[in-house]
Design a binder for this molecule. Structure first.
Ligand code: CMC
Length: 428
């Protein structure tokens, strides 16, 4: 017999069905509660609210498990190609060899961005944050493909938009960087695969032959895979809620980029490095910064620590920490900021404040160290996160559209003034 949750309100009991997920996750379905009782539930920050059922990503924050479509993140990060993972997330299964070749070919052939986009880019000030440029550019892409405005088009047309997004986002990201440097833009080259092509557009210049170090290509591939999806986080939920109004996919993804930008979400990777540099410049006084993080009157938080769902460890951080060591060793990079990061981790993990609250290094704590070693400038770190997260956002949007989910529209408990009469200005 299926489980039922009883809710008693004003002496009357109402039955709410219990939903069980494929990993035995339990949820009480309260979707009819208001219609039956007049009551809503309240859960600021959605700490306890499931906004959807989803078959894309499973994570268990207590056990530190993360799987895309059932595949453990450790196996994917170790063995897969980022585009393979993108295909897996978007289409639900790993591609066959033929499917993968066709997918890669399609992505490769859509990497070029319309030449008129350059006019927008050139208009941005050199100091513009690349996340602002990314959010704007991705939304601007919709204006070049007016036929894409209708998100309920046939599958082939939707696929074309998906492929264009995956193909053009690295080009736009690299161009945002080149433009900030006022360097000549590099056009994508079809002979390169996804990661190599991105590195080429970021770091090549027209007068030299370009060679991508395989250590760097592999590290980038791993980082993109680790960031590719994370179920109903702030940016994925934003993509879903914007898409639920049937805004087009470009607009929905652009909204996801804006949500990711904040330092409590993807922007943390930039904030971590800035924090570590500040600690280093301050003479490496870790205790002082730990005290600041614990002081409730000080807005400072230890960036790269804590997570809404991981309360034991973040499995992505574990993989990235090892990868950071490998990359630095292989490239022969000595980074004093890495030493500060390691000491800070050690001090924080033995401090009761952090232990009591389950605050551990998250994915962003070590990713910035690798990005630095790869030569990626600090302001581009969150763009790198966005590049990785793109297939996840697309998969979340696609699942929502295919399931015909209703427009996202939370309720509220009003706590403002009761009705009062307007007083004309001269009498106030
Ligand atoms: N430094 C110091 N104290 C912290 C921190 C931190 N980084 N994170 C949480 N706390 C404290 C917080 O003050 C609160 O203490 P108390 O119970 O005494 O009031 C307690 O821990 C619980 O924190 P919360 O803010 O209620 O937890 P949350 O689930 O709402 O927030 C978080 C999660 C990630 C926003 C938060 O831990 C944080 O701000 N971390 C730093 C920013 C960061 O690294 N963000 C990247 C997240 S991983 C990448 C991604 O997926 O986006």
């Amino acid at each position: 017999m299926s489980e039922i949750a009883n809710i008693t309100l004003e002496g009357k009991t109402y039955e709410c069905p219990v939903i069980t997920g494929s990993e035995n996750e339990k949820a009480i379905d309260i979707s009819k509660l208001r219609a039956q009782t007049g009551y809503i539930t309240i859960d600021t920050g959605f700490k306890n609210t499931g906004s959807t059922k989803s078959g894309i990503t499973f994570l268990d924050g207590e056990k530190g498990i993360l799987r895309y479509r059932g595949y453990p993140i450790e196996q994917l990060a170790d063995q897969a190609e980022f585009l393979e993972v993108a295909y897996l997330l978007v289409y639900g299964n790993l591609p066959s060899k033929e499917e993968f070749l066709a997918f890669k070919e399609s992505i490769t052939h859509h990497t070029l961005v319309h030449e008129d986009m350059r006019q927008f880019l050139e208009a941005y000030p050199a100091k513009a944050h690349p996340m602002g440029i990314m959010a704007a550019s991705l939304c601007t892409l919709s204006t070049f493909y007016p036929e894409s405005q209708d998100p309920t088009r046939p599958t082939e047309a939707i696929d074309l938009t998906i492929h264009r997004l995956i193909a053009k986002t690295p080009t736009l990201a690299a161009w945002a960087y080149k433009n900030a440097m006022r360097h000549p833009l590099m056009y994508p080259l079809n002979k390169f695969d996804y990661c190599e092509n991105f590195l080429y557009m970021m770091f090549a210049n027209p007068s030299e032959k370009y060679y991508a170090d395989p250590v760097i290509v592999n590290a980038l591939n791993k980082l993109l895979i680790l960031h590719a999806d994370h179920e109903q986080n702030c940016s994925a939920s934003t993509v879903r809620i914007v898409g639920s109004s049937q805004a087009n996919l470009y607009a929905s993804i652009s909204a996801g980029v804006s949500a990711l930008w904040g330092p409590l979400h993807g922007g943390a990777n930039q904030a971590v490095i800035e924090m570590l540099e500040a600690i280093k410049n301050d003479g490496g006084k870790l205790d002082k910064w730990i005290q600041k993080a614990k002081d409730k009157n000080d807005p400072f938080r230890l960036m790269g620590f804590g997570h809404r769902v991981y309360k034991n460890f973040d499995p992505r951080a574990k993989i990235i920490k090892k990868a950071a060591d490998d990359v630095l060793n292989k490239l022969g990079v000595v980074d004093p900021v890495l030493d500060i990061a390691k000491q800070l981790e050690e001090v924080a993990l033995s401090d009761q404040y952090f232990v009591d609250r389950g605050l551990y290094p998250n994915v962003d704590f070590y990713s910035g160290i690798i990005y630095r070693a790869l030569g990626i400038p600090t302001e581009m770190f969150t763009v790198m996160f966005a590049l990785g997260r793109l297939p996840g956002w697309i998969a979340q949007w696609k699942e929502m559209m295919e399931e015909g989910q209703p427009i996202g529209r939370p309720r509220q408990v009003y706590t403002g003034e009761n009705e009062r009469d307007y007083i004309p200005l001269e009498k106030r």
